[in-house]
Ligand binder design. Structure first.
Ligand code: HEM
Length: 198
């Protein structure tokens, strides 16, 4: 039996410290709106780091033979991403209250579903839920992870055309997806990869 409590503590401490540091090191902004915008950006980036580590864990092991630690702790990495993204949600409320801007319906639907999935996956990240939900557990967590990936990807892509260094985030997202596809292909039976080989 592997003791995962040290890794768990390290992950929760890291996300806590990252969020606290982002608050303490926040630049001085003349308007609350800009401060909340900063909070939105920082929390999205922190959530992205933890999310990608959880997203990459399994394919890293199956394709690259590396990353056992990530696989063992991927549930906590996912929870850390959900914590950071819940703070993102709090900044959304503050930002739109302050500016009085309306959130587009499409953002509410697509982004809102990502939040619901984040929270649902967090609440069901335990053995009891796994047992109760059976095969649905896997379907929901796989769907949720890919949906969240899509929302991150389109957010980075949208900005990358305006701020070129955001292509780094786009590239990291695409790398993650590529590795997942490689792992999927590797796992697929030979017939599904184009016929029987004798
Ligand atoms: C109702 C849902 C959401 C709303 C209204 C919303 C709103 C915002 C706003 C106002 C910003 C700041 C933009 C700026 O100042 O440049 C932002 C940034 C961002 N959000 Fe959200 N968000 C939502 C959900 C999500 C979700 C679910 C994700 C990811 C799964 C996400 C990922 C991001 C990313 C990646 C950024 C860019 C951070 C950066 O520029 O570094 N958002 N969001």
């Amino acid at each position: 039996m592997v003791d995962r409590s040290t890794g768990k503590a390290a992950i929760f401490l890291s996300v806590g410290l990252a969020l606290a540091a982002s608050l303490l090191l926040a630049p001085e902004y003349p308007f609350a709106k800009d401060y909340y915008g900063y909070g939105l950006r920082v929390t999205a980036r922190i959530a992205f780091v933890f999310f990608m580590l959880a997203y990459l864990a399994r394919p890293m092991v199956s394709v690259l033979g590396q990353g056992q630690w990530l696989v063992l702790h991927r549930c906590y990495l996912g929870l850390a991403a959900a914590i950071a993204h819940t703070v993102h949600f709090a900044y959304i409320v503050l930002y739109f209250q302050e500016t009085g801007e309306e959130i587009e319906l499409i953002t509410i639907i697509f982004g809102g579903l990502a939040f619901v999935l984040f929270w649902f996956m967090s609440l069901t990240s335990n053995r009891l839920s796994q047992r109760v939900l059976g095969a649905w557990w896997g379907h929901l967590h796989t769907f949720g992870m890919h949906w969240i990936w899509i929302i991150f990807f389109q957010s980075w892509l949208g900005t990358a055309f305006v701020i070129p260094w955001y292509w780094v985030f786009v590239a990291l997202s695409v790398f993650g997806l590529g590795l997942r596809i490689a792992a999927f292909v590797k796992k697929a039976p030979v017939c599904a990869r184009g016929g029987m080989r004798t």
